[in-house]
Design a protein around this ligand. Structure first.
Ligand code: SAM
Length: 223
């Protein structure tokens, strides 16, 4: 039987709750060295700020370091993560930013309320068949002309992670993503491509894809 998004969210919740402290103690320092990734986030922040359409939702925010970076770049931001332990770590590290337990496919935001959506290495826990529904939800919540930035591992199929973050018993599945495939899914959901960056990673290639919600075509009226 096909694994559902809800199964994968349960798995992610268990895993990231178990490693929340280790993750918070190690990954923010790696992000600080990720010059290329931060360059994409800087471009995203500048575009969102220029559009002036609302805050960024950092979906699968982890311990909040990327949200804090966006805040430092002058962008209003809040974070959402499926793991309560991770949200607690984010709140402790950045008490001035709002972090909530929630999921990337069901946003607590009114239609058109967001200026941007960030999914920074969090879509890898979503089964590919469920991505179109997730992208439709992002489209609903984004303002016309709002931006989405995705970071992910490039590849086909899945990879099993065992002993994540050096902790025995913390196992989960990740989906590898082909940039052209996810760009086509986003186009079908009403987004146009702004930029794609592909990078050699330590173990596998990585990609950052920036898209923008298409503005509705204005109907032409006569008279
Ligand atoms: C690899 S970590 C990335 C965290 C952070 N964005 C970063 O770049 O360090 C993946 C995060 O996504 C969260 N996550 C996984 N599936 C999710 C879902 N469906 N909704 C919300 N968060 C999710 C996990 O709990 C975890 O914190």
């Amino acid at each position: 039987m096909e694994t559902t998004l809800s199964d994968r969210e349960d798995e992610a919740r268990r895993a990231y709750d178990a490693v929340a402290e280790t993750y918070a103690a190690t990954v923010p320092a790696l992000f600080a060295q990720d010059v290329r990734g931060r360059a994409m986030i800087a471009a995203f922040a500048e575009l969102v700020a220029a559009a002036g359409a609302g805050p960024v939702a950092d979906l699968g925010c982890g311990p909040g370091h990327v949200a804090a970076h966006l805040r430092d770049l002058g962008v209003p931001v809040f974070g959402v993560d499926v793991s309560p332990g991770t949200v607690a770590a984010a709140r402790r590290a950045h008490p001035e930013i709002r972090f909530e337990v929630g999921t990337l496919g069901s946003l607590d935001a009114a239609d058109g309320a967001l200026g941007g959506v960030l999914s920074w290495w969090s879509l890898l826990h979503t089964p590919p068949a469920e991505r179109p529904a997730v992208f439709a939800e992002w489209r609903r919540a984004l303002a016309p002309g709002g931006y989405a930035l995705l970071g992910f591992h490039v590849g086909d199929g899945q990879s099993q992670v065992t002993g994540a973050y050096g902790q025995a018993g913390v196992d989960y599945t990740i989906d590898l993503i082909q940039p052209e495939e996810v760009a086509a899914e986003l186009a079908a959901a009403g987004f146009e491509r702004e930029a794609l960056m592909r990078l050699p990673g330590v173990r596998r290639e990585q990609a950052c894809l920036l898209v923008r919600k298409r503005r509705e075509a204005v109907p032409v009226t006569s008279g």
